[in-house]
Design a protein around this ligand. Sequence first.
Ligand code: HEC
Length: 123
Amino acid sequence: MRTMFAPAAVIAALFAIQPALAADPEAGAKIVKTKCGACHSTAAGKNVVGPSLHAIVGRHSSSVEGFRYSAANKAADLTWDEATLDKYLTSPKAVVPGTTMTFAGLKSETQRADVIAYLATLK
Ligand code: HEC
């Protein structure tokens, strides 16, 4: 009986890691440059129109030092984990109503996954 479980577990694990494998951080870097770069730097401590995206993955919302966040972003009690970033980048306004991030959102799931995979490399 035990051997029956192993293949199922392996298959389940493969499905679970598939999206992570599919995400392409290099493609994400290009998207960040073109779609986010006008407002965000990826350099640590460099805030421009928006806060630095350095080490943003896993960070608490409104915690980048030296950036003046809107009241809306300050009120949002979020952790920028992959799932939350995915929702936010789909529609920033839907997740943080009143945000001053005037960005309509990335409709492509693949693009969002690539962007998040890239952001995760910024440590
Ligand atoms: C038009 C300018 C603009 C663009 C384009 C833009 N952002 Fe922003 N972003 C901002 C501003 C401004 C804020 C601060 C929002 C606030 O305080 O309400 C922000 C906030 C954020 C936050 C929350 C930061 C925190 O510390 O809570 C994340 C994450 C983020 N942006 C990611 C991105 C990504 C990824 C892209 C590209 C896909 C992007 N942004 C595109 C201006 C922009």
